[in-house]
Design a protein around this ligand. Structure first.
Ligand SMILES: *[C@@H]1O[C@H](CO)[C@@H](O)[C@H](O)[C@H]1NC(C)=O
Length: 380
């Protein structure tokens, strides 16, 4: 008995007993959590750039135009003007052959004075994309305005990133800064790229995908103005930053025209773009009785107090306590255990570790389930 008492005293004060409590508080195990955040994002880009001696505005370089959470800011165009349906020599780039077999006519024609290539049928003249252009570097000063509205459906809590204390005057002049202006919803493209750890010139030249993440991690036990967005920035296509095979991000699109005589022609554009993906994530927690109870029991189970705690609740406070008491004491009696909880605890510790553990686990699981059920019944 002496030995077990010492053992118990030792166990009572070792870190195993404190750890679950710390985890319980730190992980906010007394809250229910809503992780199904609902969100809408609207964006607007502003700024002027110069490309090939042409002034470019938003309608020229942003696609798609709807202001969605994913959009491209085109920093480099390779245009092929006046393409019409016809036959012309194919263009062979030094790195790979255009797989144009289906549309080949089978003839060999002059590409230039020294070089002959196959003739193709399709949109002519064919695109030459091996020429090098400077990207539109003014894009560094373009600004992105982000309007984000979120809702946690479980708590019916809504909020937006245009916080109540943001004034009209402030929003007209502010720029996001991670130290001084952490809630300004206007971002300079050059800053966004820099925060994501990228070099602007390289990114503008090759194209790439940058993520602007908006995090809403809220403790709704605190006041509403403590639930605020946190912005972070990352390069999402880190694979294409490293690979030599297909570096960057580009895509092609065309603008179609019809001449007076009815013939169709088009301008083909190959665009290198910085794509911005605005990603919203978050969760919110609020105090709730059921997880509190379940987690208290679970936390103490590992040190064997769960059994005692549960029994106290079941024996004294809940409906059907009488039946439970009868059953419990009968069980104790038939197994030859001492009646009385402190003593039962001591005797248990003299048995093998495995048996005591098993008993403790099975019993506290049953207890947890029945407590939760009782509480649900009481609350509903
Ligand atoms: C961006 O704006 C700053 C200040 O207005 C200016 O000094 C800089 O030259 C601009 N950058 C580019 C690439 O045009």
């Amino acid at each position: 008995i002496n030995c077990t008492t010492n053992q118990y005293t030792y166990n009572a004060f070792n870190s195993k007993r404190v750890a679950p409590l710390w985890v319980f508080l730190h992980e906010k195990a007394y809250q229910t959590r809503d992780t199904a955040i609902e969100s809408s994002v609207m964006t607007k880009v502003k700024g002027f750039g110069v490309y090939n001696n042409r002034v470019m505005d938003v309608a020229d370089y942003v696609t798609p135009a709807q202001g969605a959470s994913v959009f491209c800011i085109i920093t480099k165009f390779i245009t092929t003007d006046n393409q019409v349906q016809g036959s012309c020599p194919e263009v062979r780039s030094s790195t790979f052959l255009l797989p144009a077999c289906i549309s080949m006519t089978g003839r060999c024609v002059n590409y230039n004075e020294t070089f002959k290539t196959c003739e193709i049928r399709g949109w002519c003249p064919a695109e030459i994309d091996s020429v090098h252009y400077q990207p539109m570097l003014e894009a560094e000063n373009f600004t992105i305005f982000i309007k984000n509205s979120i809702r946690f459906p479980l708590f019916n809590f809504t909020k937006g990133n245009l916080l109540p204390n943001i004034t009209k005057e402030y929003i007209e002049t502010c720029l996001f800064d991670p130290r001084t202006d952490i809630y300004c919803p206007i971002f300079r493209l050059g800053d966004v790229v820099r925060f994501a750890g990228q070099d602007f010139k390289t990114l503008a030249d090759r194209g790439g995908v940058i993520g602007i993440k908006i995090g809403w991690v809220c403790d709704l036990d605190k006041s509403d103005d403590q639930c605020n967005p946190a912005y972070s920035f990352t390069r999402l296509d880190s694979v294409s930053a490293k690979t030599k095979v297909s570096p960057g991000y580009n895509f092609r699109y065309a603008k179609y025209f019809k001449k007076a005589d009815g013939t169709e022609h088009r301008i083909l554009l190959k665009a290198h773009a910085i794509r911005i993906d605005v990603l919203v994530y978050g969760n919110a927690g609020k105090f709730n009785m059921i997880p509190t109870l379940i987690n208290i029991v679970a936390a103490f189970t590992s040190v064997g107090v769960g059994t005692v705690l549960c029994d106290i609740i079941l024996l004294n406070f809940l409906k059907g306590a009488e039946q439970y008491k009868a059953k419990k004491f009968e069980e104790v009696a038939t197994q030859g255990w001492v009646v009385g909880w402190q003593k039962s605890f001591l005797v248990q510790s003299t048995k093998t570790e495995a048996k005591s553990l098993m008993h403790s686990y099975i019993f506290s699981w049953l207890c947890m389930l029945s407590t939760a059920k009782h509480f649900k019944a009481l609350l509903s």
